[in-house]
Design a protein around this ligand. Structure first.
Ligand SMILES: [Zn+2]
Length: 94
């Protein structure tokens, strides 16, 4: 299993690749199915970053992350049902 630090390194790569979707391998399972979605109040520029792998459903969650231009952002306060349509209930690496 990948450590939090390994996920953080992958996050860094994905973050700097924006607005291109993360294309590198998942630090945990090796599939190129990483996703990075921010949850933020509209126009705030800061929010929560959800970074996970659609294949093994593991990932990390970062708070107070600066939201870069072109990032995928969903508004804060969506009902859980809608939130889960964009972000699956993945296992958090801590
Ligand atoms: Zn994976």
């Amino acid at each position: 299993m990948a450590t939090f630090d390994e996920w953080l390194d992958a996050y860094d790569v994905a973050y700097h690749a924006l607005p291109v979707r993360p294309g590198q391998q998942c630090p945990n399972c090796g599939h190129r199915t990483l996703r990075l979605v921010f949850t933020a109040p509209p126009g705030s520029g800061y929010g929560y970053a959800s970074f996970w792998c659609d294949t093994c459903l593991e990932g990390i969650h970062l708070s107070r992350a600066p939201v870069p231009d072109g990032a995928e952002v969903q508004p804060l306060g969506l009902p859980a049902e809608e939130r889960n349509r964009n972000i699956p209930n993945y296992r958090l690496v801590t």
